[in-house]
Design a protein around this ligand. Structure first.
Ligand code: ZN
Length: 134
């Protein structure tokens, strides 16, 4: 079994497109509103584009109008890592895949969305791959 945490940048460059590499491995952000899953309502499981780990479910996806796919909860505890990100002069909470430590997006709290958690996992489409339900 591949230990995705040990993959070198060079190998990631071969596995991913330049756009995927920039977001997943360099903590980039895709422009708002352009991601393929921003408005997707299809049922299924969103997996990590880099390693295939199951991260989010369509049942926790909601329409936040923020320009990126938004989820109010990950698929399960331990699927993601949250860590403080102080880049760009802001203090935010970065969200990473727990299996391969690739960048997924950020999580915001207390924005008043009408969801069970009041959390918004704001995730780049390009970090995800939707496995649609049969
Ligand atoms: Zn991953």
């Amino acid at each position: 079994m591949t230990d995705f945490k040990l993959i070198s940048d060079n190998e990631w460059r071969q596995r991913l497109t330049p756009e995927e590499f920039h977001v997943l491995r360099e903590a980039g952000t895709e422009p708002p509103g352009v991601g393929e899953y921003t408005h997707t309502t299809a049922e299924g499981i969103y997996t990590c584009r880099a390693c295939g780990a199951e991260l989010f479910r369509s049942t926790e996806k909601f329409d936040s109008h923020c320009g990126w796919p938004s989820f109010f909860s990950p698929l399960a505890e331990g699927r993601i890592i949250e860590r403080t990100d102080t880049s760009l002069g802001m203090t935010r909470t970065e969200v990473l895949c727990a299996n391969c430590e690739s960048h997924l997006g950020h999580v915001f709290e207390g924005e008043g969305y009408n969801t069970p958690t009041d959390l918004r996992y704001c995730i780049n489409s390009i970090s995800l791959q939707l496995e649609e339900a049969e």
